[in-house]
Design a protein around this ligand. Structure first.
Ligand code: MN
Length: 191
């Protein structure tokens, strides 16, 4: 199987000013494309060649894990956004967030704090377990909650390449601004 980079469901400048056109061009167009190209090269002629991406992530390690997971993580991240995003979740996800974190605002605070406190490169994740219990976790580098048996719902990329062009060193500002473009209908459909 040869993995293709999916086309984004919005224009390159559609998420401005939260994420600039330049950041999308580099982050999705260059960084993410490189992970997918590396993934395709690494699985060629191996037992992973016809495996789906989630299984590759669960079963591989080293360079293959890093590239497979980063390929998946970025698609998950970029497909969580919409120029009409923002607001707050509703339905079952809203209820779960309120009951576990106190309120949507308390959840947002805890999520951004986990991202700000992650030292170095990685991701902050909201995931659920088989009982619908929610977890905020930090993942270093390419780490993905799939490897812990969890179902990812939302992630923020805290690698510097995600925000440096637009926010320089201000990671907290970049993470707080992402709430304005989150498409909660997508996140809710993952719950
Ligand atoms: Mn990234």
């Amino acid at each position: 199987m040869i993995y293709q980079q999916p086309e984004l469901p919005y224009a390159l400048d559609a998420l401005e000013p939260v994420i600039s056109k330049d950041t999308i061009k580099f982050h999705y167009g260059k960084h993410e494309k490189a992970y997918i190209d590396n993934l395709n090269n690494l699985i060629k002629g191996t037992k992973y060649e016809d495996m789906n991406l989630e299984d590759i992530i669960r079963l591989s390690d080293g360079a293959l894990f890093n590239n497979a997971s980063q390929a998946w993580n970025h698609i998950f991240y970029f497909f969580s956004f919409s120029p009409e995003g923002g607001g707050s979740p509703d339905g079952d996800l809203a209820e779960a967030i309120n009951s576990q974190f106190g309120s949507f605002n308390e959840f947002k605070k805890a999520f951004v704090e986990a991202g700000v406190k992650l030292f170095g490169s990685g991701w902050v994740w909201l995931s659920k377990d088989g009982n619908g219990r929610l977890f905020i976790t930090q993942g270093k580098n390419a780490e993905n909650p799939l490897t812990q048996g969890l179902t990812p719902l939302l992630c923020f990329d805290v690698w510097e390449h995600a925000y440096y062009l637009d926010y320089q060193n201000r990671r907290a500002d970049s993470l707080n601004s992402l709430w304005d473009i989150i498409d909660w209908s997508v996140i809710g459909s993952r719950f």
